[in-house]
Design a protein around this ligand. Sequence first.
Ligand code: KIV
Ligand code: ZN
Length: 517
Amino acid sequence: MGEREHLIIFDTTLRDGEQSPGATMTREEKIRIAKGLERLRVDVIEAGFPAASKGDFESVRAVAQSIKESRVCGLARAREADLRAAGEALAEAEAGRIHTFIATSPIHMQAKLQMEPDDVLDAAVKAVRLARQLCDDVEFSPEDAGRSDFDFLCRIIEAAIDAGAGTINIPDTVGYNVPEQFGHLIKSLRERIPNSDKAVFSVHCHNDLGLAVANSLAAVRQGARQVECTINGLGERAGNAALEEIVMAVRTRQDIYDCETRINAAEIVPTSKLVANITGFHVQPNKAIVGVNAFAHESGIHQDGVLKHRETYEIMRAEDVGWHANRMVLGKHSGRNAFRSRLTELGIALQSEEQLNEAFMRFKALADKKHEIFDEDLQALVTEAGSALENERIKLLSLRVCSETGETPEASVALLVNGEERQAVAPGSGPVDAAFKAIDSLLQSGTELLLYSVSNITTGTDSQGEVTVRLERAGRVVNGQGADVDIVIASAKAYINALNKILVGAADRRHPQAADV
Ligand code: KIV
Ligand code: ZN
């Protein structure tokens, strides 16, 4: 067999993934995830949409400055201001890419853009030309390609390649396509467009029908050589194609796919945990590759088979994708240097002494309660320390909860709100409910609780509980995270973290695909 072609893995966790409700990340969090993606050896990291806001611009710039081994990409609508913002944010990247897009389906052109097809084509060509002046690597996406007219798609793609786009990305923006049809679309585009050999064909599939991975793989069979995907399948609505599933399908079925990725599969699970911890989007237990049950064999027949010969029921090895028994990394007696060097090994570069002090203080407090500290604990405490330094207008001073069989639980809470101490007591239907009611009685936040979820960070009853709270106020959604060996305290921390984010005020942030354009 000849040399296998390279399949480019384009990760958009920091851009499309961040478009999941409440998944907004700070600059520091984006850098931590980008470093994880670099260790995973993804080819391209789409770091954000620089024109969305000043904060987004700064985040893309910071990622571009910190990443050396992956190409860093910024998204831009086919508009001069967006393209210039992307060019500027990427100026210091070792290798940068501008990804520009415009919608091409009849419904998007008429209802959203209110533009004629010829004007859309014109805008696309101008955008690609300008992008090429700003960056030598340009990707063009006809948004909603999956519902676009085939002849028009061919025309606009041919023109975009002529204008200098080196990558043509075909998005199934609304997750409407099915595998045979989507594979056929890629094949037909490559056959029909005269200059198709001058560009890499890429796909970007959404998961509304649960087909994002299947559609992407069908496209790979038809010559797509870049797949856009996210860790844990994070993304708008039902999400994007899951990176871990694409990578492991291609790797496990080399008899089917004539290409290979350069992904370091052993980093898949650590990166999945990092993204879940930072975004608060936890992975379902039966999720392929990264769910806790993905390699667990429950039934006696399966266990017997695996013990005799593991390949009877296992097609991949858990350790190959980074599952390992929790490894104790630090303990009560570990000092500041050991703490700092383990963080460095995890790719966490704390920006200042103040951040290191805050994180180390939290580490010591945790080590007093929990004797063995694992990497997952460290990731959670760095996330907490980061948000504490960033927007801690409200701080938990103390929480006491009484819960007893047959009695109504009651919580007493003390908070520091803008430097002033406040206290309250409230009953609730359970201890967490009582704690939330006591906290809210002090703040009257006017928020609606959309989600409350608890999971364990490591194993064992002394594991920290990791809680996510999603709140909504006036259309703005935020996720708050909290971790503690006591899950009621973890819940209060997560609630306060979300309140801190929502009370900081809605940042004026544009959505790249919104109709306002
Ligand atoms: O889903 C989509 O169409 C997108 C584009 C911006 C590529 O995310
Ligand atoms: Zn998308």
